[in-house]
Design a protein around this ligand. Structure first.
Ligand code: ADP
Ligand code: ZN
Length: 214
């Protein structure tokens, strides 16, 4: 059983490797980005609160995000391990997570930092397409689907996220640098930080994660 956080800039590959590790480890995949997109599609109260922030590439306020995660951790499946993808993204969220885990007597095995040069990020994000049904992530150049616009795995349509445009990516990157990057030091101090080279391809990233022996 493994319980990990995937930490890294937008476009570093968190979602791609999370979907693969989830089936390999049979643990819960908790993606706050996916949860918000689902909430927006279902027009829930959380979706309405989150929508404007996501569109503009800024972070959803901590109170809203922490509440969503707290509720997710009240489900029993997290006891069998989890992969946190896109949470925490601020020091305040990381502190809240420590409390949530302590309340539930859960422990983190590690925080995997996905290192990728910022020069690769814009191209990765603008070329990204994802399955509307199973969430599998493709890239128009690097990992194209066999058939244009169709998921190899489940045959559903692929979508281009509205915040995956060049303009919005710049703001997402500055949010990462200002608010999320300080978590590297936070988890290094807790002796949990592990790093992989995320400038390669998904297979190689998975191989590196396996070598971490989580
Ligand atoms: P990426 O990692 O590629 O940026 P995500 O799907 O994780 O994509 O996040 C998309 C957007 O959802 C973020 O830009 C942000 O607006 C919002 N979001 C996701 N997770 C969080 C979080 N933990 N805190 C605040 N906002 C979040
Ligand atoms: Zn699919």
């Amino acid at each position: 059983m493994s319980s990990v956080i995937l930490l890294g800039a937008p476009g570093s590959g968190k979602g791609t490797i999370a979907t693969r590790l989830k089936s390999e480890w049979e643990v819960a995949h908790i993606s706050t980005g996916d949860m918000f997109r689902e909430a927006i599609a279902n027009k829930t109260a959380v979706g309405q609160k989150a929508e404007g922030y996501i569109k503009s590439g800024s972070l959803v306020p901590d109170e809203v995000t922490i509440e969503v995660v707290r509720e997710r951790f009240s489900k029993p499946d997290v006891k069998n391990g989890f992969i946190l993808d896109g949470f925490p993204r601020t020091i305040k969220q990381a502190e809240a997570l420590n409390n949530i885990l302590a309340e539930q007597s859960l422990e983190l095995d590690g925080v995997v930092l996905l290192n990728v040069p910022s020069s690769l990020i814009v191209d990765r994000i603008t070329g990204r397409r994802s399955c509307t049904k199973c969430g599998t992530i493709y890239h128009l150049k690097n990992m194209p689907p066999k058939q244009d616009g169709i998921c190899d795995k489940c045959g559903s349509g692929l979508m281009h996220r509205k915040d995956d445009t060049e303009e919005v990516v710049k703001d997402r990157l500055s949010a990462y640098n200002d608010l999320t990057a300080p978590l590297i030091e936070f988890y290094r101090n807790m002796d949990l930080l592990l790093e992989i080279d995320a400038s390669t391809n998904p297979d190689d990233m998975i191989r590196q994660v396996r070598e971490l022996d989580l």
